[in-house]
Design a protein around this ligand. Structure first.
Ligand SMILES: [Zn+2]
Ligand SMILES: [Zn+2]
Length: 108
């Protein structure tokens, strides 16, 4: 756990980074990319839903989205223009994903 992402050093740093900063961050970290909806990136306690598909070697990345996105996803029945457009998926790294999961997993 030595090579922590720079973005993990401060929560405020993770919340509200620009896409360019995220891409720079991804180049600087050994973590693999992960994909989340924009609400997880900027939210707190908005819910945390993860893909429960079996591991796919063609897409070996973790995906996560919030409860609102989950509702849209259920309405649409799949990821399509509507559900993906609502989610506004963005790329982060797996290290940041863990922190974002902790921040958004609603304590019900
Ligand atoms: Zn969302
Ligand atoms: Zn990161």
């Amino acid at each position: 756990m030595s090579a922590m992402c720079s973005a993990q050093s401060s929560k405020r740093r993770v919340v509200g980074v620009t896409e360019a900063e995220l891409l720079t961050h991804l180049r600087s970290t050994t973590h693999r990319p992960a994909f989340i909806c924009q609400h997880l990136q900027f939210g707190e306690n908005v819910g945390f839903n993860e893909d429960d598909e079996p591991f796919d070697p063609e897409w070996p990345f973790r995906n996560a989205w919030c409860d609102e996105c989950d509702k849209v996803l259920l309405q649409q029945g799949a990821w399509n223009d509507v559900s993906a457009g609502f989610a506004g998926i963005m790329v982060i790294c797996e290290g940041c994903l863990e922190e974002i999961a902790g921040r958004n997993r609603a304590s019900k």
